[in-house]
Design a protein around this ligand. Structure first.
Ligand code: ATP
Ligand code: MN
Length: 512
């Protein structure tokens, strides 16, 4: 049985020549005559273990041969360095003990459809891809805390059950709170502003709930958000904080998760470029870009690229289907079936892109000053840049009540003075990933804030305490929120953020 004399796969380095025991699960195996290749995973990594007939007791050799994927076991053997092997080490097996055999594990190394995998997330978490994403997420969360803790911020835990609306009344999860209506938090910001007046620099980091009714690859109904809030800061200061923060997080992931990023096929070279300063555009400039000929040309070129991708995928599918019709060995037939699943889902995705491209081009061309940037607009701006882009100073009417209107006082930082816009920003991750941060300077003037609250049809009474902050020693202040899942999706190159949290919650289903 496992005990503390076992060795973790991650610790094999430096143990070459020694006999060790690994405790884990059988990830994959194949036999070739008198040799079995067993891939063991133990939570710290993968290790190929080679059992040779005659070098392990016959009965152990036989048991291993019939052992199902995901059976738990201990394997004892001698460590040898092997560059070509996963993890760089191999075990020459001398013995093994089966702890609990698994029969017919439903998720085979073959490809499966996403619905099947989501229904089986409790098991799919064991896959290498999910494991790698989980490791990256862990580093992201650790780096977030580290950055703020090391830069003078105090952690404030803001409530999850609240009575006050922070973002958008249309996406609240209502809770019956002893006969009163309360809801699950959409942001910790309003409470955090109180704390910033006590501690100066604060952050909260917790689960956030939004009843998102649209199904997009960027929206979950429960996600994790970190929100710093700073007293005595202006828009320029916030942008600087955000770019230093994101660069630090990316740097930590590059340092600690290079092998996971490689396995995931992430674009490591482009991540290495994530250093301050990021690009800065005003909303007005972004709107001009969207309407420009350059954007239309860019989208037209993209459409051509998608079309040629589609042809290539179709050609490949045709070839594989033909091959499968002939007489092929079982292993080859399995491989073809897996590849076809992948290719067909790629084909579908490419088809959607081809369908959406003209729609997005039209939306961009007809973009009117005053509208919020839509998902496709963000994607276009983000695709045109190789580093994150700040888009600042959105039209007041499109934004939340608490965002401070521009004024001559901030003219220098914002590049213009115009009370039709607010001192806010979104940070768009590059290469089409889109928004990962939203933030702003907060309205610190009592009268102005009250007017915005009333204008938006909110009940001012509920905001008494929030307004108090503007009565007793109000100061310029601001902050932002970064979504963990979107950040992880960007860093890992994962297309859908549902893959970036262990147990995703979405509009259509709570799977597990
Ligand atoms: P979007 O316009 O994309 O819905 P938002 O403007 O509602 O985003 P903010 O209110 O500014 O987003 O929230 C800050 C950050 O929280 C976002 O930049 C994003 O990273 C994250 N976020 C917001 N909504 C979601 C969601 N439903 N699922 C996952 N992350 C989210
Ligand atoms: Mn939203």
């Amino acid at each position: 049985m496992p005990n503390n004399t076992n060795t973790y796969i991650a610790e094999l380095k430096g143990k070459t020549g020694q006999e060790v025991t690994l405790a884990g699960w059988l990830y994959n195996s194949r036999a070739s005559g008198k040799i079995q290749f067993l891939i063991i995973r133990d939570g710290t990594g993968l290790c190929q273990c080679i059992a040779e007939y005659g070098k392990v007791p016959d009965e152990v050799f036989d048991k291993l041969k019939h052992l199902g994927q995901e059976s738990s076991l201990t394997v004892t053997g001698v460590v040898r360095a092997e560059e070509r092997s996963v993890g760089g080490f191999e075990l020459a097996v001398t013995g093994a003990e089966i702890i609990s055999p698994a029969v017919d594990y439903p998720i085979t190394p073959k490809a499966h459809g996403i619905d099947f995998l989501l229904k089986n997330r409790h098991l799919h978490l064991r896959s290498q891809r999910q494991w790698c994403i989980g490791k990256v997420r862990h580093t992201v969360v650790d780096a977030i805390r580290r950055f703020f803790n090391d830069n003078g911020f105090t952690l404030i835990d803001t409530p999850i059950l609240t009575g006050i609306i922070g973002e958008d009344a249309g996406s609240l999860f209502e809770v019956d709170y002893f006969g009163e209506s309360a809801h699950l938090t959409q942001t910790g910001q309003l409470h955090l502003e109180c704390a910033a007046m006590s501690f100066g620099r604060v952050y909260c980091f917790g689960p956030t709930f939004r009843a998102e009714k649209s199904k997009t690859r960027r929206h979950l109904t429960e996600f994790w958000m970190v929100e710093p809030e700073v007293a005595f800061i202006d828009l320029a200061g916030l942008l600087e904080l955000a770019e230093n923060f994101v660069s630090f997080v990316v740097g930590q992931v590059l340092e600690k998760n290079e092998s996971e990023l490689k396995t995931l096929g992430a674009n490591i070279e482009s991540l290495k470029k994530i250093q301050p300063p990021f690009y800065r555009l005003t909303y007005t400039e972004a709107a001009e870009i969207l309407k420009s000929k350059k954007t239309q040309d860019f989208l037209a070129a993209q459409l051509n690229e998608f079309k040629s991708q589609k042809q290539q995928i179709e050609k490949k599918i045709g070839e594989l289907e033909n091959e499968a019709k002939g007489s092929v060995k079982q292993w080859r037939a399995d491989k073809i079936a897996a590849e076809l699943i992948e290719l067909r889902s790629e084909l579908e995705e490419t088809g959607t892109k081809i369908e959406n491209n003209p729609k997005h081009a039209k939306l961009a061309a007809e973009f009117e000053w005053g509208k919020d940037l839509g998902g496709s607009d963000e994607t276009i701006i983000s695709l045109m840049h190789n580093k994150p882009v700040f888009v600042t100073c959105y039209p007041k009417e499109a934004k939340a009540f608490y965002m401070k209107a521009d004024s001559p006082r901030f003219a220098g930082e914002a590049g213009r003075s115009n009370d039709k816009v607010v001192l806010n920003f979104d940070m768009l991750a590059p290469a089409g990933f889109g928004e990962i941060i939203g933030g702003s300077v907060r309205e610190d003037d009592y009268e102005m804030l009250l007017e915005r609250i009333n204008k938006q049809g909110l009940n001012a009474e509920n905001y008494d305490w929030y307004l108090d902050l503007r009565k007793y020693g109000s100061v310029p202040h601001g902050g932002f929120g970064l979504g963990v899942e979107r950040t992880v999706a960007w860093l890992t190159g994962e297309k859908h953020i549902r893959q970036c949290i262990a147990f995703p919650r979405m509009m259509d289903k709570i799977y597990i």
